[in-house]
Design a protein around this ligand. Structure first.
Ligand code: GTP
Ligand code: MG
Length: 203
């Protein structure tokens, strides 16, 4: 799929204030703070500064909507697990994220980003278990593969998936990406294109 148009639409502090009107297919990006969500959105859309990125974690604080090809949404979510925030801020963000994930019926798929350099972290595993328990459709996106040699990338991602198979019977779709060298772009866009053909279950 080609992205011919991508524009920022709105930032929402809660699921209740997310865009109304005609329901559209919607794809959200989540993961630990600093994992590369906003960078991935810029890479996918081919617009360097569409979503705001930062080398400091905790940049994205709201539910940000981008309208793609005038027909579907990309949603940039705040990251979870940023320890330097106050407890009240963390709680507020957690409620925002969980409220969105459980409440946004037109969310067709949630892309869960995992930094390919790290071994499985409890916070990500527990988050994905929670998605499974709640029947949320999700995929895994390994990020920052340009920071690894190809041998290390293969081993770390294979080990990660093996650890998941110790908890789950089957794996969701998995994408290996880099926002620097654009790998994984076509695979994710093709996957979205496929899902865009399915009827929208937005009851
Ligand atoms: P929050 O909004 O704070 O939760 O972070 P985020 O997940 O949106 O991360 P963001 O896209 O802002 O990226 C964080 C840092 O990682 C930035 O310094 C990016 O330049 C860097 N980064 C993101 N993706 C990649 C990648 O694929 N390769 C490399 N080398 N750096 C990346
Ligand atoms: Mg961000």
């Amino acid at each position: 799929m080609q992205i011919t148009q991508a524009k920022f639409s709105t930032s929402s502090p809660s699921v209740e204030k997310c865009p109304g009107g005609v329901p559209r297919h919607e794809y959200a990006f989540i993961g630990r703070s600093n994992v590369g969500k906003s960078s991935l959105i810029n890479m996918l859309t081919g617009q360097k500064a569409l979503a705001m990125t930062s080398s400091k974690p905790g940049k994205t604080m709201l539910i940000n909507y981008f309208l793609i090809n005038d027909s579907w949404w990309i949603v940039d979510l705040p990251g979870y697990g940023y320890a330097a925030r106050s407890k009240a801020d963390r709680l507020r963000l957690e409620q925002m994220i969980k409220g969105y994930i459980l409440g946004r019926k037109e969310m067709t798929n949630l892309f869960v980003l995992i930094d390919s350099r790290h071994k499985p972290q409890k916070i990500d595993l527990e988050f994905m278990d929670w998605l499974g328990e709640n029947g949320i459709p999700f995929s895994i996106v390994f990020t920052k593969l340009d920071k690894l040699t190809s041998g290390a990338a293969k081993k770390l991602t294979a080990d990660y998936l093996a650890a998941l198979l110790e908890r789950w019977e089957e794996l969701p779709p998995v994408f290996r990406t880099s926002s620097e060298d654009k790998r994984g772009r076509d695979a994710i866009l093709d996957y979205i294109e496929e899902m865009n053909q399915l009827p929208l279950d937005a009851e």
